[in-house]
Design a protein around this ligand. Structure first.
Ligand SMILES: [Zn+2]
Ligand SMILES: [Zn+2]
Length: 152
């Protein structure tokens, strides 16, 4: 995704886009649905303060019962882009800073979007907090049926 900077004069702008997962080279097993991108650009050269909000649905197999499920993913992150070098950097809470060449017309934020989404993925996938999983003895899905071997 590129932000065409000449379109946005000094001031605050909201930019909304819907991206296909393959536009960001994301894992197509997990990311199967479009990603809604809402970003707020506060431009006051040489600073471009950008707050990203990304929303999509991801697809997974439950770690416990192996059922496929879908989960909403939201990622929010600020970035500070600085046009040219040598500018003093203002403080913006928790924002990462990226220097871009003065005179840049198209600011490509694809790498940032991909990183935000991947960082927002949790380490564990459960179809629900209290998923009972599969019995190691009889293989019964304990969410759907009782165990027949009394192992659980
Ligand atoms: Zn489960
Ligand atoms: Zn069992």
């Amino acid at each position: 995704m590129k932000i065409h900077l000449p379109t946005y004069p000094q001031g605050i702008h909201e930019i909304v886009e819907s991206l296909e997962p393959n536009a960001l080279e994301l894992d197509s097993n997990i990311f199967r649905e479009n990603i809604r991108v809402v970003l707020t650009l506060d431009r006051h050269d040489p600073y471009l303060e950008v707050r990203f909000h990304l929303q999509t649905w991801t697809h997974h197999e439950c770690d416990r019962c192996l059922t496929e499920f879908r989960a909403e993913l939201n990622a929010r992150s600020p970035m500070l882009y600085v046009l040219g070098t040598g500018a003093k950097v203002p403080t913006m809470d928790d924002a990462d800073i990226i220097y871009i060449p003065a005179g840049t017309t198209d600011l490509d934020v694809s790498d940032e979007l991909r990183d935000f989404l991947i960082l927002a993925l949790p380490g564990k996938w459960l179809c629900s907090e209290d998923c009972r999983g599969i019995c190691p003895g009889c293989g019964a899905d304990l969410n759907r049926q009782p165990c027949s071997c009394n192992l659980s």
